[in-house]
Design a protein. Structure first.
Length: 171
């Protein structure tokens, strides 16, 4: 079977990428975070309101599963509602498991010293203000960005039509 020049180059590139990807396991694995780092990460998550942020996850999963069963079992709505409440209560300990996973992940991205500095910062007046205002500022920023993109889209559409008209196309 003869391969075209393009096919041979594509094959070589693919093989090279596969070999590079496969040697990834030979590189040093990142060090696992220490128990102190994880505890600091948990404290930071707590300070930033993370527990409240992750509260709805378990109940949301239960609700989602219930809602996926409901359309094909409408006559079981009462039982599905009761069972989902029961399961949500049984799975409350999963919330702590999730927080541990998040804290471990957070601790992988920051050194213990950095976590100590973050913890100290979030306990300062400015840190507390960042916690209180950051979500509002991000939300407001996203709304501003959406408005900006909408206005820019109108401008680009106008420019595009103008340029296309010059080329004899009326859009």
């Amino acid at each position: 079977m003869k391969l075209s020049m393009f096919a041979r180059v594509a094959f070589a590139v693919s093989l090279g990428l596969a070999l590079v990807a496969d040697t990834g396991h030979l590189r040093a694995q990142p060090q696992q975070p220490s128990p102190t780092s994880i505890a600091l990460a948990k404290e930071i998550i707590t300070l930033k309101g993370g527990f409240a942020m992750f509260d709805p996850v378990v109940a949301g999963v239960v609700e989602s599963v219930k809602n996926s069963l409901l359309p094909t079992n409408l006559n079981l709505a009462k039982d599905l509602n009761e069972v989902s409440l029961k399961i949500s209560k049984e799975l409350e300990p999963k919330h702590a498991e999730l927080i541990n996973l998040v804290a471990r992940t957070y601790a992988k991205h920051f050194t213990e010293q950095e976590l100590k500095q973050l913890d100290a910062f979030y306990k300062t007046p400015l840190g507390r203000k960042v916690i209180a205002e950051e979500a509002k500022a991000l939300d407001e920023s996203l709304k501003e960005a959406q408005s900006f993109a909408g206005n820019l889209s109108e401008q680009v559409m106008s420019m595009m039509r103008k340029e296309m008209k010059k080329r004899g196309h009326d859009l």
